[in-house]
Design a protein around this ligand. Structure first.
Ligand code: PMP
Length: 406
């Protein structure tokens, strides 16, 4: 039984007290984006009402205050993910941006015939940039297969690895199924053949505190909006040696050392990858979101979410004809399901009328849906501010939808 006081935590989130279609909001689309506590909202208002200024260039007080807060946020992120250096943390617009930054950088490091391995469990944002990279370089994309439980087949992965493998990409947690992947094994095996590894931590970061040094991972990317922060902010962690090797992604102000029309030299890390005016407020609010979650504590969060997952799984399985996709032993609080042959969209629409927000569709992971030969699923994803009463409301709603649609 959780030690967290969920009712008090819920008071931090103004949005949770609104109604939708005349019903109290039951927000179960946390894997798409999480809600924002007032501690983070206050930081956003403070920024724009107190010290809004451009950073790293002004001599004036506001600019210095904004620069200090932005760099403090970078240090907060560094400590949260246990990076060795603050300059290994690159502020991005989110996971997609971080992946594209790395994929672009590898354009000049790969040659025809090199191999890139991705997992069958990827989000489109961790498939498409690598396909584009393969088109640019002539490298070949290989896929780690999955099984019916929604787990990766590690033996098949080990067979794909060879001295041609240059890069391996895998998500830490699958957004469509919630599977927690064995990334330590994946990273170690890739390193044994000299390949670099990028882990997409978008879905793991709200539940699991990743230690990038203990993992030995080369790149780790997350989005702030999945972990109580704002949209349009995120981070790319890269090992210093890799970030020094990769060319810059975008050119512009802030990322240069010296510019003449003959030649430009680039700034040191992290600025080499941070061209232009960044999302200053977003970066600062990202730091505040990590402070908020750490004050609650990641292990208490994970324990409580597991409690919700087990309860919701048991309750949902009492619905006639309900099938859950993704039954891995290690999973986060995500349940992807269908009820009989009812289209997920129809269930989602009825739930919305009842004030319940879930995601329906392919969840930007069409290959997984193809694997199960389904058009999509209904996905309920739980956060630490959800309650068992909300699970009951969901289950009652699904039962009602099934009765109406069958
Ligand atoms: N990877 C995974 C596993 C995700 O769940 C998401 C968001 N659904 C992304 C990448 C993309 O994140 P963003 O849209 O914030 O760039």
């Amino acid at each position: 039984k959780t030690t967290l006081d969920i009712q008090t935590i819920r008071k931090d989130f103004p949005i949770l007290s609104r109604t939708v279609n005349g019903q109290p909001l039951v927000y179960l689309d946390n894997a798409a984006t999480s809600q924002t506590p007032k501690q983070v909202l206050d930081v956003i208002v403070d920024y724009y009402s107190g010290y809004n200024a451009n950073i790293h260039r002004g001599v004036h007080t506001l600019s210095q205050e904004a620069t200090d807060k932005y760099e403090q946020a970078r240090a907060t992120i560094q400590h949260h993910f246990n990076a060795k250096f603050a300059h290994e943390i690159i502020f991005t617009a989110g996971t997609t941006h971080g992946i594209n930054l790395v994929a672009n950088g590898f354009s000049s490091l790969l040659k025809k015939g090199d191999e890139i391995i991705v997992s069958a469990l990827e989000h489109h944002s961790n498939i498409v940039p690598w396909q584009m990279l393969c088109e640019r370089t002539g490298a070949v994309l290989k896929v780690i297969p999955m099984n019916l439980n929604g787990e990766l087949e590690l033996d098949a992965y080990y067979e794909l690895l060879s001295n041609k493998t240059k890069l391996v990409f895998c998500n830490h947690v699958s957004n469509a199924l919630g599977t927690v992947n064995p990334i330590k094994e994946i990273i170690n095996a890739a390193h044994n053949v000299g390949a670099a590894v990028l882990i997409d931590g978008a879905q793991a970061a709200p539940h699991i505190k990743a230690d990038v040094q203990a993992l030995g991972v080369d790149f780790y990317v997350v989005s702030a909006h999945k972990m109580c922060g704002p949209t349009g902010a995120g981070m790319l962690y890269g090992k210093e040696e890799w970030l020094n090797k990769l060319p810059p992604y975008q050119g512009g102000g802030e990322m240069i050392a010296e510019v003449t029309f003959d030649k430009t030299t680039y700034a040191d890390l992290p600025h080499k990858f941070e061209a232009g005016t960044p999302n200053i407020c977003g970066g600062i609010a990202f730091g505040a979101a990590l402070d908020y979650m750490n004050a609650i504590g990641f292990s208490a969060i994970a324990d409580y979410e597991h409690e919700l997952l087990v309860y919701a799984t048991t309750q949902l399985l009492t619905v006639d004809g309900l099938k859950i996709y993704g039954t891995a032993l290690e999973k986060t609080s995500v349940i992807s399901f269908n009820a009989g042959s009812i289209h997920p969209y129809d269930i989602g629409s009825i739930l919305d009328k009842l004030g319940i927000a879930v995601r329906t569709g392919h969840h930007c992971a069409q290959p997984i849906m193809d694997f199960y030969a389904i058009p999509g699923t209904v996905r309920a994803s739980f956060s630490f501010y959800n309650t068992k009463e909300e699970v009951d409301t969901l289950v009652a709603g699904v039962k009602r939808a099934v009765a109406m649609l069958q």
